[in-house]
Structure formats: C-alpha cells, structure tokens
Design a protein around this ligand. Structure first.
Ligand code: PMP
Ligand code: GLN
Length: 391
C-alpha cells in the first residue's frame, strides 16, 4: 500500500466569515497613540478610575469565596438591581428571573441577540452611521445588513427612509441612543414615530443604550423599555463599563420580554455560558445605593463643556453633542486629507488621537469628520486642546 510521505505542516486555507473586516479602528488608533506618545482621545474609555467603593465590593466578594460559576443568567442580586433600576428610571417592570441577563459587556449582548433572533436570509436595518460591531454581527448570523442613512440635513433618524427600507424579510432594526459617534439623543416624539412605524410589522427592535446615563442640557434618556408597545418587541442592551468607568471589566446586560429572552439565553449559554462572579456581586452591592448613576450626566456635561469651549478656540468646527462621551468635529479648514489619513497624521504629528467617522459609515462621509472622546481627566483634555489649538 502506498504511503504518503509526511510533508511540511500546512494550515488549510479557509474562506473568511468576515472578509471585509480587519482589526477594529479603536484598537489600531490606541496602539498608534501609545507608539507615538499621543494624547488618546480616540478609543472610548475613561483615563480615570472608578470610585474605590466599587473595587472594595468586588474585592469583598472575592474574599467571601464568591469565585465559582454563577447562574447562567447572572447572579440574582444583580439581575434584581438591574430590574429595579430600569423600573425606577423608565417605568417598565422586567422580571429578574425571566427577562434580565447579565452579559460580558454590551458587545456580547448585541452579538448574542442577533445570533439568537436573526436567521440566515433575513434583513436587519441599521442606521448609518452606526457602531462598528453591528454589521459584522448581522453577517455572522447569515443575514443582510441594510444601512439607512440618517437625514442629511438634521442628522436625525429618517422615518421616511426607514419606512421604505422595511420589507417582509426585515427581522430587526438596531438603534443606538445616545449615539456613538454623533452624540445624538432620540426624542420622545421620535420614539413614538418609531412605534407607529413598527406597529403593523413583526420587526424586532435591538436598542443599544450603553450611554443611557450621559444625556445633556436637561434631556432625558429615551429608552425603548419606557414605551410599552416598543418594549414588547425590544431587546435593550446596556453596559456597566460606560456607567461606572470600568470598560475593562466587560460586564453589561440585556433586558427583553420572556419569549425573546428565552431564545437569547439559548445562545448565551453556549456563547459565554455566564459572566465572572465577583464583578457581578460587586456591581449589585454598589447599585444598592440607587443614586450611583444619577450624577453621571452632570459629570460628563461639565467635561463636554470644557472640551467644547477649548475647541471653539481652534479651527475645528463643532457638531452638536446631546449625549454620550463623544464630540464630533469637522476639520475641512485644517486639512484636505481623508479622515483616516487625517487621524493618523493627527496622532503621529500633532500628538492627539481621534477616530475617523468613516469607521461608522458604509462609505466615507462627504463632510470630513473625526470623533474625540472626552471621558478624560481635565488635564488630559487641556493637554490635547493645547496641541489642537496649534493647527
Ligand atoms: N455599543 C456602543 C454604541 C458602544 O460605544 C460600545 C463600546 N464603546 C459598545 C456597544 C460595547 O460596550 P462593551 O464595552 O460593554 O462591550
Ligand atoms: N466602543 C468604544 C468606542 O467607540 C470602543 C470599544 C472597542 O474598542 N471595541 O470607542
């Protein structure tokens, strides 16, 4: 019998599941900022720490021996704290047993929701621009992403365009308020328009509300869970990373009506199964003081105002910022470079890292825009402003 000779070990060639995707722009820009010692206003994370009490609670939980697998859905005290918070702020009572699940950050919540609820061949609508994980999540589910641009004049949801995009094959719509990167915050009227639009359909709503506690100038966060009709068809996603300045802990949550949550959990249990125990207990104990997140809007509004006042002295043109911790600016008066080249130049030559808006669009926007993150110490923002004022 002929024997095949051993040859050089060979990794089989594979077709990519995400051929259009590289490393995310956030990782790329943070690495470039570090390499060049630039002030990093690119990737969205605070450069200050969480309050010590939160770390104390986590540490206490570890020392108490709360270090083994928690329930698949999340520890009961945290699910209860989440349900209590959502009921208090938005008036919808989710059942902590059947309608709340703790996730490994919002990213896992979004991917798991899409994989659980969307079938191959379905269409999922996203608003353009949108956060960079949505379209790959839709593609991994074998579905088609339909990008509906926001209104070019107002930069707000375009309900006429959404109505045109809705088809029998539309399974879901993903929205995000407050919005990354534009800082746009949905109004109650817009939420009502959305409810009216979806009423005759079976379209699910995935509402990414990770910046729910950062809304400015007296606005309120308009949650899908705060509208009974929308809540019945919605999966609402949030993140403790944003709210408590602990992006590296990667803990978030999803709330949804029980029939949707049942399907979500089927995927969740084979995706991560569950999320680390001591962080969950620490967060639950911290949230027992109900007011923890209530001052966040004022905290970030002051930073937004400091940063905007400084930018007003530069040649950047400010766009509105109603919420989130991002400020978008137009740089046409400074450079003709495309936005990704401009961000590289700004990082390597000026020493301030930013994110190109094209990362959130299907095609490069006509207006040259970049995004700065102002979740930074005042001294960091001031150091960046000194450099930006030279342009
Ligand atoms: N959605 C949006 C709009 C975000 O900006 C982010 C992260 N910045 C996420 C989801 C992911 O959040 P997490 O870090 O909790 O996974
Ligand atoms: N969501 C953060 C941002 O928009 C980054 C998170 C990430 O790096 N994936 O900057």
């Amino acid at each position: 019998m002929a024997m095949t000779m051993p040859s050089e070990p060979r990794t089989p060639a594979i077709a990519s599941r995400l051929p259009e995707v590289g490393t995310t722009v956030f990782s790329v820009m943070s690495a470039l900022a570090q390499q060049h010692g630039a002030v990093n206003l690119g990737q969205g994370f605070p450069d200050f720490d969480c309050v010590p009490a939160l770390v104390d609670h986590v540490q206490a939980a570890m020392r108490e021996g709360l270090n083994q697998y928690p329930p698949m859905t999340g520890v009961a005290p945290l699910r209860e704290a989440i349900a209590t918070k959502v009921a208090r702020l938005y008036g919808h009572a989710y059942h902590p047993e059947t309608e709340v699940t703790v996730t490994a950050g919002a990213t896992q919540g979004i991917l798991t929701a899409v994989l659980a609820l969307v079938h191959p061949g379905d269409e999922v609508i996203v608003l353009d621009p949108c956060y960079d994980s949505y379209v790959p999540a839709i593609h991994l589910a074998g579905a088609t992403a339909v990008r509906v641009p926001v209104n070019a004049q107002t930069q707000r949801p375009d309900f006429a365009a959404l109505a045109t995009a809705l088809k029998p094959s539309t399974r879901a719509l993903i929205i995000n308020t407050p919005h990354n990167p534009t800082g746009m915050v949905w109004t109650a009227e817009e939420r009502q328009q959305l409810a009216d639009l979806l009423r005759p359909t079976d379209v699910l709503l995935l509402s990414d509300e990770v910046y729910e506690h950062m809304v400015f100038d007296g606005r309120s966060h308009i949650s899908a869970s705060g509208h009974a009709e929308l809540a019945a068809r919605s999966v609402v996603i949030s993140s403790f990373g944003k709210t408590f300045h602990v992006t590296g802990w990667k803990v978030g949550y999803v709330v949804a009506p029980a029939p949707l949550m049942t399907e979500f959990r089927k995927v969740h249990q084979f995706n991560v199964f569950t999320v680390n125990t001591p962080m969950q207990h620490g967060l639950a104990r911290f949230m027992a003081d109900a007011s923890q997140a209530d001052t966040l809007s004022a905290f970030y509004q002051r930073k937004r105002d400091l940063f905007r006042t400084g930018l007003a002295q530069t040649r950047f043109k400010l766009l509105p910022c109603e919420g989130s911790y991002f400020q978008c600016v137009e740089y046409g008066a400074i450079s003709d470079l495309p936005d990704d080249d401009f961000c590289r130049w700004l990082t390597t030559e000026v020493g301030v890292a930013a994110i190109p808006l094209s990362a959130f669009h299907a095609t490069r926007p006509a207006t040259p825009l970049v995004r700065f993150c102002f979740a930074k110490k005042d001294e960091t923002l001031n150091a960046a402003l000194v450099r930006l004022a030279r342009l």
